[in-house]
Structures are given as structure tokens and as C-alpha cells.
Design a binder for this molecule. Structure first.
Ligand SMILES: *Cc1c(COP(=O)(O)O)cnc(C)c1O
Length: 419
């Protein structure tokens, strides 16, 4: 076993030098906890508590229904979309914050299928995605394919190497998650988008583990549609509404079957017959969960004080440090790195397999190091540069080493409903 070449004191110095360090104060983190699960549920921005009080006590309590106009509730999905757009490489008019990632994926896929079928390469019926994709993405695609009938089906691809060939003359739409939820593998968005277009398909990107985690440039990549979560790296709060990106060039043709009144051109005309709104408004469906939606702003505000390049530089430094420390100090244990070492292929999370991964993660959480567990055997650690310190990485690895060295975990531990 080799000694790590970096000491805890080095980590303290790196934190002192870190331009993002002051942003940690913008979050309310519980004492005694090292939080490495911002990839599942981001920590709470301090401002969210006052904002929640304002929305509930004043806007709802005092102003009542007037708040749809006076507090800007009605425009909130678009206003938040404008603030989120720079993090995605999108125009302000191209993003809405609304509904769930699963629902937005359904809308985007439905629109993509229609646009592709109306183009010169019509007659294709295959939706291509990866078997390792987050299950809800596959379920939604399969649900849509079954609903469409007429031979529509989902093709699951088993490896990144097989993807290009699977995007063939039968493929209508490609749906990929940019950063894999388990391994943290990051696709080359521009290259795969180019490949999909050359073969006559459209492409939908799921940015659940990318938005706020890695720099994105949807317009430079000429992607077709994108969706993602706000409760992960964007720190919007538990179950906060998701986002959908529809580029200007597709907006006039963007059509989906969830034609609720919020996607109508004049919702309060209460007219007979659906007429879609112009622009990104047509990506909405029904009334939004305003309290939850309002808190998304508190997470986005913090990103406006830095840049995604700065976030990315620290993210790579944190994940490099974590990988190096685990490999140097836990070398005798059966750990397997599932995350790419190559920077360009890595998101902001690191996964290690262990035969007792679930039990080891439970022991870590019991000692205040919160990551999570994903089948099979994967302990997942998310690194949020806005509030994770280098010294946190050091301390987390020290706890992991201690648990492994002493086999201080309970293999028979019962599992909660959510891992
Ligand atoms: C987290 C995540 C989701 C979650 O979808 P919801 O509809 O918000 O529950 C979907 N897809 C991917 C790839 C995710 O990582």
C-alpha cells in the first residue's frame, strides 16, 4: 500500500486557495456531515428558507390568487428557464422549468418522432438508447413506442462502442443521458449529435447529471432537444420541477400529446379547441407546483456568482483527488473504479464497486459521510464544487478506509425504500 502524496494539510491549503470556497456559505449544511450526494439531492441554499416563507406567508397567505400576476407565478417556468439557459448553452427563450424529467422526456421524444417522420428520412421506427440508461428514461421511451404502435420500438445498446453502428437507417430518434447516473461516464455530445444527424435521426439529451455539473453548449452541439433535473446539481429542492430545452429552430414544429391549457396560446380565453402557444410556452402542460418551483431560483442565483469553467476545474480536482486517495489508501480492498479517469469522459461523480457496496455505504452514512448506492454493487459519490471542500474529500476517504480496514459494516443491514 502506498502513502498518498497529498496530506490533509495540503487539502486545507487548497481550500484556502479555492476561488469557489466562499460559495459554501450560501448553503446550509448540517454540522458533522460530509455531503457527497448532491448528484441525487442538492444541498439547501440558505436563501431557500426565506424564499419559501415569502411564497407561503406573503404571496399565498396575504396576496392569495392575485399572486399569479403580482408575484409573477404565471411566468415562473419561463423566467427560471431564462436564468438556467446560460448553464446549458441555450438562448433564454429556449428553456422552461416545468413538470418532471420523465414527463419532459416524453414530450421531447414525441416531438422528435414527429419532426423526424415529417422529414426526408420518414418511415423509421426505432428509438435508440443505452441499456445502462436511467430506467425511467427507458420506461418512458418504451411507453411512448407502445402508444405510437405501428412498429415503433426501443433498441437498447450495450456499450458506448456499439452506439454509432446502432444509430442506423432504422433509427428515428436517439435518446442519451449525457452523464451516466451510475458510472459518471460523459458522452461526447457534439460528436454523437453530428453522427445522429448524419444518419438522419434526431437526438434528445438527458442532462440530469450534467446541468450544473459540467459545462454544456447545446446550441454549439446543434442538439435537438434536452431535458434534466433541477433538484440534483442545481440545488432546487426535493422534487423541484425539471427543465426542457427546445431550440429556436424547432419551436414552431414542437408538438407533443400533453396539450394542457398551460401550453395553449391563450389559456384564459378558455376557448374550445387547442392552439399551441408560440415559443417555449408550448412545452408546458398544466398548473405548476409554485412553492417548489419558486425555490429553484435560489439554486440558480448561486451559479450566477461563478462560471461553469470554474465549477468544472474544481470538480475535476475533487474527483481526481478522491480517486487518487482511495486508490492509495484502500488499495488492499476489493474496490473497482467504474468512472472514467479521462477528464473529458467524466462527470462530477465517482463510483466504486465493492462486493458489499450497500453495507459499506450504509456504514459511511452512519458516520456522516453521505453518498448513495446504485445496483449492482456501486457506491456513488457526487462532488458539488459549490460546497464540497478538498478537506471533505480527505476526511471522507479516511472514514472509508477505516470502515474497510476494520470491516465495520453490517452485511445483513436492512434496506430503506430509497437507496
Ligand atoms: C434523476 C434522473 C431522472 C429523474 O426523473 P424524474 O422524472 O425527475 O423522477 C431521470 N433521468 C435521469 C437520467 C436521471 O438521472
Amino acid at each position: 500500500m502506498s502513502e498518498p502524496s497529498i496530506t490533509r494539510a495540503d487539502c486545507v491549503l487548497r481550500d484556502a486557495d479555492d476561488p469557489l470556497a466562499p460559495l459554501r456559505e450560501r448553503f446550509d449544511l448540517p454540522a458533522g456531515v460530509i455531503y457527497l450526494d448532491g448528484n441525487s439531492l442538492g444541498a439547501r441554499p440558505r436563501a431557500a428558507l426565506a424564499r419559501a416563507q415569502e411564497v407561503v406567508a406573503r404571496e399565498w397567505g396575504q396576496d392569495l390568487i392575485r399572486s399569479w400576476n403580482t408575484a409573477g407565478w404565471f411566468d415562473l417556468p419561463k423566467r427560471l428557464g431564462q436564468r438556467l439557459a446560460p448553464l446549458l448553452g441555450a438562448q433564454p427563450s429556449e428553456v422552461a422549468v416545468t413538470d418532471t424529467t420523465s414527463l419532459n422526456l416524453f414530450k421531447a421524444l414525441a416531438a422528435a418522432v414527429r419532426i423526424q417522420a415529417e422529414g426526408p428520412q420518414s418511415g423509421r421506427r426505432v428509438l435508440v438508447t443505452e441499456r445502462s440508461n436511467f430506467p425511467t428514461d427507458i420506461y418512458m421511451a418504451e411507453g411512448l413506442a407502445e402508444w405510437l404502435g405501428r412498429g415503433y420500438r426501443v433498441r437498447l445498446v450495450d456499450s458506448v462502442e456499439e452506439l454509432p453502428a446502432a444509430i442506423d437507417q432504422e433509427c428515428a430518434v436517439v435518446m442519451l443521458t449525457h452523464v451516466n447516473y451510475r458510472t459518471g461516464y460523459q458522452h461526447d455530445m457534439a460528436a454523437l449529435t453530428r453522427h445522429a444527424h448524419r444518419s438522419g435521426a434526431l437526438i434528445v439529451w438527458d442532462l440530469a447529471h450534467s446541468a450544473g455539473a459540467v459545462p454544456l453548449d447545446l446550441n454549439a452541439a446543434q442538439a435537438d432537444f434536452a431535458v434534466g433535473c433541477t433538484y440534483k446539481y442545481l440545488n432546487g429542492g426535493p422534487g423541484s420541477p425539471a427543465f426542457i430545452w427546445v431550440p429556436q429552430r424547432h419551436q414552431a414544429r414542437f408538438a407533443h400529446p400533453l396539450t394542457g391549457w398551460w401550453s395553449h396560446a391563450r389559456p384564459f380565453a378558455m376557448a374550445h379547441g387547442f392552439a399551441p402557444a408560440d415559443g417555449i410556452g408550448r412545452a408546458l402542460c398544466g398548473t405548476q407546483p409554485v412553492v417548489s418551483l419558486a425555490l429553484v431560483e435560489c439554486g440558480l442565483e448561486i451559479f450566477e456568482e461563478t462560471s461553469m469553467d470554474a465549477v468544472r476545474a474544481k470538480s475535476l480536482a475533487l474527483t481526481d483527488l478522491f480517486i487518487d486517495l482511495v486508490e492509495a489508501t484502500c488499495a488492499g480492498h476489493p474496490l473497482g473504479l467504474v468512472t472514467p479517469r479521462e477528464h473529458a469522459r467524466r462527470g462530477s461523480q465517482v463510483g466504486f464497486t465493492h462486493p458489499h457496496g450497500y453495507a459499506v455505504m450504509a456504514a459511511l452514512i452512519a458516520r456522516g459521510v453521505i453518498g448513495d448506492y446504485r445496483e449492482p454493487e456501486i457506491m456513488r459519490f457526487g462532488f458539488t464544487p459549490l460546497y464540497t471542500r478538498f478537506v471533505d474529500v480527505w476526511d471522507a476517504v479516511a472514514v472509508l478506509k477505516d470502515i474497510l480496514d476494520r470491516e465495520d459494516y453490517d452485511v445483513a443491514a436492512e434496506r430503506g425504500a430509497v437507496t
